[in-house]
Design a protein around this ligand. Sequence first.
Ligand code: PLP
Length: 273
Amino acid sequence: MPALEPILGAAHERRVPVLVDGAQLAPHRPLPVEADFVAFSGHKMYAPFGAGALIGPRAAFAAGDPFLAGGGAVELVDLEEVVWARPPEREEAGSPNVLGAVAFGVAADELAATGWDAIHAHDATLARRLHDGLAATPGVRVLGPGSEVERLPVVAFTVADVPYALVAARLSAEFAIGVRHGCFCAHPYVTRLLGVGGAALERARAAARRHDRGALPGAVRASAGLSTELADVERLLAAVRTVATTAPPVRYDRDAATGDYWPVGLARPGAVP
Ligand SMILES: Cc1ncc(COP(=O)(O)O)c(C=O)c1O
């Protein structure tokens, strides 16, 4: 986890406002109140229905046009002018995601009731085992800093000679383990961690323009949360070891449109012997 204070301090010294994308952080740590803007998503905090939040100074939302136009965001529309409502309504155009907002609030309350100390302790145990176990798995390269820094139980990794999308497909089909794969929501950071720059980045851009997802850089990310137990981490570690060291038991075909792999004849996740 990068320390936010020095980043915020250096930016603020230069009068540069900072937006912290707290989507991954929100279920694990309190969000940084020193940031000028914070964005986070309910679905990463165990809430269903897809609501998220962008928090910042009211004045920043009061000028210019809102991100979306629609019902509820306006005071009056005529053929010459739109008079926008005041924030936050002007940034919440359209029918509100009421269920999402309620679920988001309940999830935040539940996290607060669980308490940061308990969450921190749970995370620390899982993070250590997840990181050290993956780092010790043959062929696995863990991206980012090592255990010398404080880590969340969220680890991005690659497996030598196995495309990241195939790692994800095998974990799902053979072990019923869901992971994220690709460049996540952090493309510049992931490509840097993967060492994809210069000519390789140019090739990746060309592949992206052709929408050739099979040629895009990426990694696999395993994320643990409050319902994850140490036994789940052990299951993941054993599964990754199998994927890294043995050939697939069935043929996997790659879907050219999505770049994803799919085992031929799969009935349901975890069904491949
Ligand atoms: C750091 C980060 N930011 C943003 C997002 C995207 O959030 P949403 O699905 O709410 O657009 C994700 C999702 O993986 C994420 O990990």
